[in-house]
Write a protein that binds this ligand. Sequence first.
Ligand code: CTP
Ligand code: MG
Length: 251
Amino acid sequence: MNASAAVAAAVVPAAGRGERLGPGAPKALRELGGVPLLVHAVRALARSRAVGLVVVAAPADGVAEVVALLDSHGLDDKDIRVVAGGATRQDSVRLGLAAIPDDVGIVLVHDAARPLVPVEVVDAVAAAVRAGAPAVVPAVPLADTVKRVEPNPGGAEPVLDTPERATLRAVQTPQGFDRATLVEVHAKALAEEAAGGADAPSVTDDAGLVERYGGTVVVVPGHEEAFKVTRPLDLVLAEAVLARRRAADAY
Ligand code: CTP
Ligand code: MG
């Protein structure tokens, strides 16, 4: 692969603990079909001709381990860099962004925890940024009705209202950005935090930062197989999806 303005670089935040998945190795290193989630995710990105470079933000104490892991899965011949991630996902993305060469104009951010994203989604997001959108997120309609509540964990929670389901989307990754836009909103968020703006609402995705600072974000179709492995049941589903793919490939 070859990093240049024409192709995108991908940042893969992989420094989380995976607390909701339960005890065990950091989530990105947990296995799916005998292969770490991170390796699946990096392969999914590397498969896209739109992606020229992948920067992995590894657990800060696990950089050498992640380098060795990628090597051992045959990813050493690609343009892949590993940096130390941070305390939050936002920190990890910012640290990954800092490792991207200046001439790269498009950045995709993809969770290590979404190992099965189809290459078509990666391509579609990159194409939408290339076509001029400063921020692009893949998303799918919701199956469940959603209610907004007054949070009271473990107890009864008063319902505030019910957004109309047809207007809601569950967003996935890779999210794609004009590089300058993404760098700018991450810098602004960091400055706001340093200035004590801890009461700013927490943002769980990069497009959310673009929205916070007034940028335009568009949604393109995501894919049900781009789901995030968050809880133990997600790993069961991921194993089933992988088994189905492997069976299909055998024919
Ligand atoms: N992530 C990261 N650095 C952090 C926290 C999260 O790079 N300090 C990454 C995770 O590795 C994951 C992605 O962000 O690939 C999405 O986060 P999430 O699904 O919340 O993963 P974890 O934070 O690992 O899981 P949990 O919240 O259950 O601990
Ligand atoms: Mg988390």
